[in-house]
Design a protein. Structure first.
Length: 159
């Protein structure tokens, strides 16, 4: 269950805390192949199971950027900021891929709120998401995401 914040200003009180975990997600060859088709990255370590058996990882592995892109799938499962008119993915400060994500492995996101700042019209939160690989010591991805949350405008009573 996602950590709930009633509004963006409530994020400030949670800086330095662990926000939780997403559900596990299996990384299938079909998902890897679809990502390869979408990006044009058909390197054999991702899409050729026969050749990859004899490669450095013993099987196909997910693209690093596929693993990174799944952070957008994991974050809403981990954190829920309410009372907003919109949330915007503003970017990332750091990203690393410490370990390959083998085909048919399961991954999940784990998140920690690093920093919260006021920005024009809203709040900017830096959340470190660690993409864990089930049964492995090293994560597949660690990324410091930057999200902006814009509160709902209050309507005046007399209108």
């Amino acid at each position: 269950m996602a950590t709930l914040f009633e509004n963006p200003s409530k994020l400030q009180n949670a800086v330095g805390t662990h926000l939780g975990y997403s559900d596990w997600l299996e990384i299938t060859q079909e998902r890897i192949d679809q990502f390869a088709d979408a990006t044009g990255d058909h390197q054999w370590i991702h899409v050729d199971p026969e050749r990859a058996k004899d490669g450095p990882f013993g099987s196909c592995i997910a693209h690093g950027y596929l693993t990174q892109s799944l952070v957008n799938y994991f974050l809403p499962q981990i954190v829920d900021v309410q009372g907003i008119s919109m949330g915007v993915n503003y970017g990332a400060d750091r990203i690393r891929f410490p370990a390959p994500v083998p085909v048919n492995s399961r991954i999940r996101g784990s998140a920690e709120l690093l920093k919260v700042e006021e920005v024009k019209g809203g709040v900017q939160a830096t959340i470190r998401v660690t993409v864990e690989i089930e049964g492995k010591d090293r994560p597949g991805c660690v990324i410091d995401t930057i999200s902006r949350y814009y509160p709902q405008e209050r309507r005046s009573q007399g209108r």
